[in-house]
Design a protein around this ligand. Structure first.
Ligand SMILES: CC(C)(COP(=O)(O)OP(=O)(O)OC[C@H]1O[C@@H](n2cnc3c(N)ncnc32)[C@H](O)[C@@H]1OP(=O)(O)O)[C@@H](O)C(=O)NCCC(=O)NCCS
Length: 162
């Protein structure tokens, strides 16, 4: 499995993974499917700012992706980033989520970043566990800050120093 920088040609597969996560999980607090134009705008914004968008490439398909961007926009937060990772449903539990996050660490380091933050829905136990295994520590839970699938959702914040 190759972890590499995404290209424009990967966007339809990134979109498909993203929309499946929206439709089937609480990992993304959105109910509406995204569009190719929105994913392209996101991708181009990350590229313009020199931020990574990585994909796991099986040789045939893109089966997962990861990225990070600014956590908060105010100047003092400039050494902290928030990342995301999503793996296609049929390729989970094969080490890809771990590989996609681990590949972000040297990128964050090269950009002089100090802290990486994950905001994880408390029901996303796979993601909480994965982040724990990678040295992220939980630093707090925001209670009932989101609403999806007819219920209130709690958001767990986890962080790791680079
Ligand atoms: C969370 C997610 C990215 C994990 O990716 P993955 O490729 O399945 O994870 P990995 O195979 O790399 O697993 C690494 C470790 O995470 C933990 N883990 C992963 N899936 C798990 C699960 N279903 N239950 C419990 N622990 C799990 C395990 O500790 C695992 O190590 P192990 O297999 O040696 O025990 C993937 O499940 C996913 O995309 N889920 C839907 C979207 C999502 O939640 N994204 C994260 C938003 S913050």
């Amino acid at each position: 499995m190759l972890i590499r920088d995404a290209t424009d040609a990967d966007l339809p597969e990134i979109l498909a993974i993203y929309n499946d996560v929206i439709a089937t999980t609480t990992a993304i607090y959105d109910e509406r499917a995204s569009t190719l134009e929105e994913r392209r705008a996101w991708y181009e914004d990350r590229r313009r700012h020199g931020l990574p968008v990585l994909v796991a490439d099986s040789g045939r398909d893109v089966v997962g992706f990861s990225s990070f961007g600014e956590w908060r926009s105010r100047w003092g937060y400039r050494f902290t980033v928030e990342h995301s990772v999503h793996v296609r449903a049929d390729r989970r539990r094969q080490g890809l989520g771990r590989a996609l996050i681990e590949a972000l660490f040297p990128r964050a380091s090269a950009l002089g970043m100090h802290v990486m933050i994950a905001h994880i829905d408390s029901e996303a136990t796979a993601s909480c566990r994965l982040h724990e295994r990678l040295g992220f520590e939980p630093v707090g839970t925001f209670r009932q800050v989101a609403h999806k699938f007819d219920r209130w959702l709690d958001l767990v914040a986890m962080q790791r120093t680079i």
